[in-house]
Design a protein around this ligand. Structure first.
Ligand code: BGC
Length: 757
């Protein structure tokens, strides 16, 4: 009896909070009062006329007529103040109620000023910078008429086979949450009605990064404990930062695809987290529930709206079946009204109900888009995203008057600088590496040869080249190309080889099972090394690669991701030492594909390997490769060296309501000024559910002149140590904790404190 009473009251409470979330805005209620059922359903329809990048097999038809008939709530793939004005005019002047449109777009890492791919940006560990890039993206996109952004993508990704690892902030829930917050704040600002801010969308809710085997769109099956502790925090951080829209993912969660998952959209997102914005499906993800095995179009559309989904992207299942479902009693009109209200609230929030042409100022693009200042930030962001993976002797930085053999298929290439998901950017505006070197070091003597194709595999190249010629296979034979590269290297002081992945070798529907640098380029690298000259590999990729062979070679390796529109300039800034690299990896680099998934927050197991490198029978290790990764999370070198002093805590006891201060000293002991990302990791030694081996809890990026020493301190509270227990309560349990402060996750614990009862 008591149990029943409790669940009824919980149900009532839940209902109350839904009502609360549906704040009554008089202007919105007035419009709602005038709307027919069809017009309400029309608001839930998001269309794309197909001008942008269509990521599914369908694009919308008859968009103009549909807008006039009140059958469209939002449009994406339309940009420029004129075109957006035309679209708004159709809605405002030609539809019965004159409701303006949401104008969406995928502005993932910059609009026309393309910044590094998000995985690269996260490697800067610089939240102010990340926020600044989002602010600039919002300024440029709104200048072009866009008021709703399908970003940030905050999916935790621990499987580099998955191409979309490029689009997020890597593997860690804490870092991922900081990045999510910075991006939401950057896009949305503190005033939605300002013409240079836009609605952000946290995506893809949820767990999309855990697609089985790293194959895109694949199933996900995960315990609630793992979700809450490892995968959900960045989405929640975006909600806490006030994100106004959320996008569901393609995968299923506990057997129900996200777009029809009531637990996800209503119970978790709205009830538990208090999200008050609107939820949009991913591209045709409502319809895709048919293929998932959830019924026909009417069934899956009813499932989605009843789950709490508000807007249907491109598929038009809502538009074509919801009225019938209302008539048949499968969906209530109330449910549709709620969804329509949320879309109208978003339009109200943006100021569109007062001024539909707020984002159609024809004078803005010229001054706001691709300005010198914006490009300067792109250059700064790119150089701060690079990670120095290996230093060999003192090859780097290069002398500005060096004789350089510049080789590799990415050395003089514009098509692959922007990276994946840059549909609004123009590759032709990007600075190739050769040009950047000439800009930064005009006295350098450069001899160039392509040396190899990105790949010689024509089928692979065809699969990659869907959006344009990313992999161009030369007429010349591979042998002749190689010969030319060796020829130009003969007189050089140093060889700079720009190698790696083409832009669309990562990103959506770009999973790989082989994470090596492609064979054609590996052969080139081997031959270059044989010359005995100093070799610098400038490595481009949208994901962690397997580079065990290259790490064993006498070379220096600078990881530059896909750096964006200022690629060449930023790379040259770092190669010649105008900027000292300071990035750190945000996703682990495996030794081989067989180690995946591998990430620093793994658990110990009951049979931990006693030695990381030596095999032991009946321990948790492999016969053929050690447990450690090739390169750990948090890792990255600098031209200078940093030495960490003793770490101390203000107390070895932490009261549940108190805090302790952890302090260490860092000294720049090398020959260059530089920056270091100082990282604090903890380990909860005993708790009611098995803890991760290590958890990042705080970090600071500091700059140190050569010879300089600085104290770095972190304040830690019991709140910071909380986790979700077996009942999904967010708790800290008393007991012992270990911690260390270092420049990478790969360190031993040095200190301890106790959390008191
Ligand atoms: C992607 C989303 C994107 C949408 C609209 C989908 O294929 O998964 O991230 O926002 O297309 O372009």
């Amino acid at each position: 009896m008591r149990k029943i009473y409790m669940s009824i009251s919980l149900f009532l409470m839940a209902g109350a909070s839904v009502l609360q979330a549906q704040t009554q805005i008089p202007e919105v209620e007035e419009i709602l009062g005038k709307m027919s059922l069809e017009e309400k359903i029309g608001q839930l329809n998001l269309v794309t006329p197909g001008g942008g990048v269509a990521t599914g097999s369908v694009v919308s038809e008859g968009v103009e007529t549909k807008i006039k008939e009140g059958n469209v709530g939002g449009v994406f793939g339309v940009s420029s103040p004129e075109k957006v004005r035309q679209a708004q005019k159709l809605a405002v002047e030609n539809s019965r109620l004159g409701i303006p449109l949401l104008i969406g777009s995928d502005v993932i890492h910059g609009y026309k000023t393309t910044f590094p791919i998000p995985l690269g940006l996260s490697s800067s560990w610089d939240m102010d910078l990340i926020k600044e890039t989002a602010q600039i993206a919002a300024k440029e996109a709104t200048a072009d008429g866009i008021n709703w952004n399908f970003s940030p993508m905050v999916d935790i990704a621990r499987d580099p086979r998955w191409g979309r690892i490029a689009e997020g902030a890597g593997e860690d829930p804490y870092l991922g949450s900081q990045v999510a917050k910075a991006m939401v704040e950057g896009y949305q600002g503190d005033d939605f009605t300002a013409p240079n801010t836009m609605i952000a969308t946290v995506k893809h809710l949820a767990l999309y990064g855990a697609s089985e085997a790293g194959r895109d769109y694949n199933s996900v099956d995960m315990s609630k404990l793992k979700m809450f502790n490892e995968y959900l925090p960045p989405y929640k951080a975006a909600v806490d930062a006030g994100v106004a829209s959320a996008m569901t993912s393609f995968n299923d969660i506990h057997g129900v695809p996200a777009s029809g998952n009531k637990w996800l959209i209503t119970d978790l997102l709205r009830e538990r987290w208090g999200f008050e914005g609107f939820v949009v499906s991913d591209y045709t993800s409502v319809n895709e529930m048919i293929a998932h095995g959830m019924g026909d179009l009417q069934d899956v559309s009813a499932l989605a709206i009843n789950a709490g989904l508000d807007m249907d992207m491109v598929g038009e299942g809502f538009l074509t079946t919801l009225k019938k479902s209302v008539e048949e009693g499968k969906v209530s009109e109330e449910q549709i009204t709620k969804a329509a209200r949320r879309i109208l609230e978003a339009k109200h929030k943006l100021g569109l109900l007062d001024d539909p042409y707020l984002y159609s100022d024809e004078s803005r693009p010229e001054k706001d888009i691709l300005s010198e200042e914006n490009r300067a930030v792109a250059r700064k962001a790119a150089k701060r995203s690079f990670v120095l993976l290996k230093k060999h002797e003192n090859t780097l930085p290069l002398a500005k008057d060096a004789k350089i053999a510049l080789v590799g298929p990415l050395a003089n290439n514009k098509n692959n600088m922007l990276g994946t998901w840059a549909p609004t950017g123009d590759p032709q505006l990007s600075v190739p590496v050769m040009e950047g070197i000439k800009n930064v070091a005009p006295d350098a003597k450069i001899s160039y040869a392509k040396g190899a194709n990105i790949s010689n595999d024509t089928t692979f190249a065809k699969n990659v080249n869907v959006f344009g010629p990313r992999i161009e296979i030369s007429e010349e034979t591979p042998e002749a190309m190689m010969e030319e590269a060796l020829q130009v290297s003969k007189d050089a002081d140093v060889i700079v080889a720009v190698v790696g992945e083409a832009t669309e070798m990562s990103g959506e529907a770009a999973s790989r099972t082989n994470l090596n640098i492609p064979d054609s380029q590996k052969k080139l690298i081997r031959e270059l090394v044989k010359t005995g000259k100093p070799v610098v590999l400038v490595l481009m990729s949208g994901r962690p690669l397997v580079i065990s062979e290259e790490m064993d070679m006498p070379v220096s390796i600078l990881q530059v991701w896909h750096p964006g529109v200022e690629a060449g300039n930023a790379i040259a800034d770092v190669l010649f030492g105008d900027y000292n690299p300071s990035g750190k990896l945000t996703a682990t680099w495996p030794r081989n594909v067989g180690q995946i998934p591998i990430y620093y927050r793994m658990k110990t197991t009951g049979r931990p390997a006693a030695s990381p490198s030596e095999f032991q029978k009946f321990k948790s290790n492999y016969l053929d490769v050690e447990n450690t990764p090739q390169l750990p999370f948090g890792y990255g070198l600098s031209y200078t060296d940093f030495e960490y002093g003793e770490t101390k805590a203000s107390s070895d006891k932490l009261n549940k309501n108190g805090s302790i201060t952890i302090t260490t000293t860092v000294t720049n002991t090398g020959d260059f000024d530089g920056e270091e990302v100082v990282q604090l990791y903890i380990h909860d030694k005993v708790r009611s559910i098995t803890p991760p081996m290590k958890e990042l809890k705080a970090f600071k990026k500091i700059s140190l002149k050569k010879g300089e020493t600085k104290d770095v301190s972190f304040e830690l509270t019991a709140e910071d140590l909380k986790f979700y227990n077996a009942d999904l309560e967010f708790v800290v349990e008393p007991g012992e904790f270990e911690f260390f402060v270092a420049g990478s996750s790969d360190h031993e614990f040095t200190n301890e404190f106790t959390v008191e009862e």
